[in-house]
Design a binder for this molecule. Structure first.
Ligand code: APR
Length: 170
């Protein structure tokens, strides 16, 4: 997987076509990486999120992904995806696989050549880190996504080391 790299750093500095946000179903911002992306992107990102039609207040169901402009961020797009809440999702691995799959598919469908992911569900949503990292790498390593330069922007050093160790094992 020469097309996959792990970076220790803030995803809002990623110079890629699409930055992936670990959002929630309301898709109107939040804490963690969601908060950081909205702060860096500015109010135009929130406006773009509001344009996504909600169904019963939900703009992006768990495991799905939506694409918007990126406001002041250097990237062209923000791809919002919602990972599983580990403690309450009946099948968290399936939901996490779907989140990475749907984000990569949206990137390809929109002509992206590069994409940056945070560690989806590895913060507030409580996914055990090794299991989440294995899923992230397994999905992003699929031949379908070989055309994409994929960057995992990891914010915590232990998680960064974990992603790197697992990637070098494959
Ligand atoms: N750049 C990259 N990664 C970051 C950044 C950043 N600026 N800030 C935080 N992270 C990391 C966290 O350290 C964690 O490893 O992103 C990973 C995902 O953590 P969360 O942001 O908490 O996302 P998640 O676990 O998917 O929970 C989503 O949290 O922020 C809310 O609105 C969001 O309700 C949603 C929930």
């Amino acid at each position: 997987m020469t097309n996959i790299k792990v970076i220790l750093g803030d995803i809002t500095s990623a110079d890629v076509d699409a930055i992936v946000n670990a959002a929630n179903p309301k898709m109107l911002g939040g804490g963690g990486v969601d908060g950081a992306i909205h702060r860096a992107a500015g109010p135009r990102l929130l406006e773009a999120c509001r344009q996504v039609k909600p169904v019963n207040g939900i703009r992006c169901p768990f495991g799905e992904a939506r694409i918007t402009g990126a406001g002041n961020l250097p990237s062209k797009y923000v791809i919002h995806t919602v990972g599983p809440i580990f403690s309450s999702d009946p099948n968290p691995s399936l939901t996490l696989e779907s989140a990475y799959t749907n984000a990569c598919n949206l990137a390809l469908e929109n002509g992206c050549k590069s994409i940056a992911f945070p560690a989806i569900s590895c913060g507030a949503y409580g996914y055990p880190h090794e299991q989440a990292a294995r899923i992230a790498i397994r999905i992003c390593s699929k031949d379908t996504y070989a055309p994409l330069d994929i960057y995992f922007y990891i914010f915590e050093k232990p998680l960064y080391k974990l992603f790197n160790n697992l990637l070098s094992q494959d």
